[in-house]
Design a protein around this ligand. Sequence first.
Ligand SMILES: [Zn+2]
Ligand SMILES: [Zn+2]
Length: 344
Amino acid sequence: MKAVRLVEIGKPLEMQEIPLPSVGERDVLVRIKAAGICHSDAHYRAGTSPVGTLPQTLGHEVAGVVEEAGSQVTDLKVGDRVCLHYLLTCGDCYYCSLGSEQFCPSGRMIGKHCDGGYAEYIAVPARSAVPLPDEIPFEQGAILMCSSSTSFHALRKTRLAAGETVAVFGVGGLGMSAIQLAQALGALDVYAVDINPDKLRLAEKYGAVPVDAARGDPVAELRRLTGGRGVDVALELIGLPLTMRQAVQSLAVFGRAGLAGITAKPFELYSYTELLGREAEVIGCSDHLLHEMPLLLEYARRGQLDLSDVVTRTVPLDAGAVNETLDALERFGGEVRTVITPEG
Ligand SMILES: [Zn+2]
Ligand SMILES: [Zn+2]
């Protein structure tokens, strides 16, 4: 089968012909219909986030159709539409039994530690394949499994309660989901902070109040918009020390800042005025959980999470097209979300 793979760190991905993956008795083989191209993949290609043994097929946002089911698989059958939980975990260890499988010691991420979805097929344990309702297109099912679910997990980590206010720093793929999910969870007002006018316009269409950080200090603007109070929840989805700082500075008393953007750089805080004095909290948000997927998919099925404007481009399974998309993501530009559709 065809696969677009990371062969050498810092180099463009390459198309390779590789054997079909083998299917264990508790696995399913999935014919890939859609694979999202994610900002994380740019980090893997550049080497800023380490991957498993090379060469490696990237792609962790995957949806498709069950092509073959192992002999012990009972709850999925050939032809079922599925999307994949990208963390492959043991299901039995301490963290797995807590339902916090992102800390499973034997956990592996598809498209990072093992071959992922920039390919025609993928084999995964059946427990990682979540049924995808007919109402949700494959392209949307794919990106639901990363950007949307990471936003959902972050909102759950920040304990967003009905009637609270939320600021979302960075309204790309994660942010557009965060805006809608915050509303689904009962947020009173959602503020979208970005410097890209197109993204701010889209955020406004989804019901957020746009805050253009290119025009002035977003912290001051958020204070103004909340009558001086600040926001109850701020999500940082970019991975920049500046916006992490701003997220914390925007908080109200008892506010929670959820950090989900990845950076290797530190960020500074005035501990007394910005944290202790407000009993504010800074919360790390890592990945998302299998048990969160059914509710997330239900919000999408009902249209409370609408991604139809978020997937703005589809590309074929082609190394050149994938590399160009990753280049654009590295420049913080380009499309909001690009998805590979191997079957066109
Ligand atoms: Zn992703
Ligand atoms: Zn485990």
